[in-house]
Design a protein around this ligand. Sequence first.
Ligand code: DGY
Length: 316
Amino acid sequence: MGRIFVTRGLPGDALSDLADRHEVVINETDEPVGHERLLEEAKRSDALIVLLSDPVDEAVVRSGVKCIATFAVGYDNIDIDAARRHGVAVCNTPDVLTDATADLAFGLLLSAARRIPESEVFLREGKFDGWAPSLFLGMPVAGRVLGVVGAGRIGRAMMMRGRGFGMDVRYCDEGAMPDEEAVAARKQDLDSLLAESDFVSLHVPLTPTTRHMIDARRLALMKQTAVLVNTARGPVVDEAALAEALESGRLFSAGLDVFEEEPKIHPKLMELSNVVMTPHTGSATVTARGRMAELCCGAVDTVLSGGVPPNSVVPP
Ligand code: DGY
């Protein structure tokens, strides 16, 4: 039995099941918990379940908690080095959101290529006055090059979708891809991948190396007819440079689920019709979010019972 502080209510029954065995305290507001309260709660708790939007710095890490589970696969909001130094377990939610996130990435790709949201607004505004040969011309998908940056689980799921749509799939990754045969993709370095792709989809974690990986120089390498999709982390792209490239027509369009200063969106992006945006909903399916909650609760329960969860980023 331990005290677990949860920074926001989670979908499904996992938290109420956890409350059968532990004292579970949930921030019941719809507001982010804030650093001061997080630190105060951490000092009184054995474990924390946090969101990707909760910054977990060294002060929180060394507050005395044994485990921090994050309701996300990405853990760039947590000071992982501090967790290692202070022997605090960190757990995340891999696998269960792979398909959901790849589906949204491919949905953004199709939406941005075929201008679906823009043409829907046109129709709803009553502007559709008859079929026209050049109405909302977009970019074709089949036969075009899909460049996937980052060949982890979600990147590989995106490659499978690209193959299903008849695309020529390429990828860029530091490591070797285990099932290269299965997705039949060709490995390229980042700059040539950007230059040769018709669609570029980002699937790398946010690290000091990937921050602004797609900057003005790299955007300038891309084809003028290309589409950029980002469902990874906002700061992987220099958002001001992207807005500039989209505004000037240097890039055809973009599909974005993540933003550099979430939930703030670059004002220029808000004005452009050639960008499709969703509010960081990559993993937002009933199934994925329910399973993410189960993974977080299971991890905390396992650590507090002296075990090692399979989904440990930093094992206890
Ligand atoms: C993650 O898990 O890192 C995603 O961004 C959440 O949707």
